[in-house]
Design a protein around this ligand. Sequence first.
Ligand SMILES: Cc1cc2nc3c(=O)[nH]c(=O)nc-3n(C[C@H](O)[C@H](O)[C@H](O)COP(=O)(O)O)c2cc1C
Length: 175
Amino acid sequence: MTEGCRILIVYYSRAGTTQRVAELLAAELDADLEPIRERAGAKPRDGARGFAKSVIDALCRRRTEVMPPLLDAAAYELVVVGGPVWAGGACAPVRAWLEAYGARIHHLALFCCEGVGGSEAALEQMSKAAGKTPLATCAINGRDLYGRRDGDKRDEFAQKIRQRLAARRETEWLV
Ligand SMILES: Cc1cc2nc3c(=O)[nH]c(=O)nc-3n(C[C@H](O)[C@H](O)[C@H](O)COP(=O)(O)O)c2cc1C
């Protein structure tokens, strides 16, 4: 863990959009980064076959196995988890990671990247998989990216995270 770093950003990205958002968010929040990797030998998700497999995994809520993380979520004050929307819901690798390691998270924030829709259901599924209510959520869609509004949304999300974390610290200190 980076000295003094209290936020971890965990993400899955098939095509690079979520990765880019996660990296920019990590710079804004001075956070560590942990990509979610599927276990070695898992069928690839690139190409038409990989796309179809990903849709079916998301629709049928099929289980996928993820590699154990390199960074321990329990060592961080807050973990931000992000992934793309697949078939109107959460993508399988993020769901798998949250089901496996959600219990290790102290405070959670969630974001997702979507083309046009499905982020509400995806964020709800992610929250359910973690067994936690997020302090803050953010959805970035294709129009935000093309209209260059993603930066504003990211800033707003980062600010909400900082404020809500500070409020939590205060109440936890009072108890
Ligand atoms: C298998 C699959 C299913 C998708 N389903 C949806 C969807 O239901 N709604 C939507 O708005 N975008 C959908 N998308 C688009 C992605 O959510 C969007 O392009 C996202 O930014 C991709 O993130 P990534 O580049 O990190 O993989 C889908 C993409 C894939 C690959």
